[in-house]
Ligand binder design. Sequence first.
Ligand code: FES
Length: 107
Amino acid sequence: MPQITFVQPDGSQRVLEAGDAATVMHVAIRHDVALLPAECGGQLACATCMVDLPADWAARLPPAGPDEHDMIEDRLGSVPEGRRLCCQIAVTAALDGLVLRIPPSQD
Ligand code: FES
């Protein structure tokens, strides 16, 4: 099962087993990862599940779909490099070793 590392804004890290979670958001919710409220539960309706991917991982994963892109843009006014909604990142074996950063704010 893939292991995913969540890095908080203060640099603290948690390495979590994805198990049978469907998405990265589900991994975070199951383990009470801080600063990722994911208020809509993955319905692509809240943009409170934002994470930042390093460039190498951003290039390796399927890109954000138009609805995901628009949701982030509506929230922030633009889409920062590597910014994703983790409810839209499906867990696969290919995610093993993923390190993602949680932004200081979901606003
Ligand atoms: S959990 Fe609401 S958009 Fe991802």
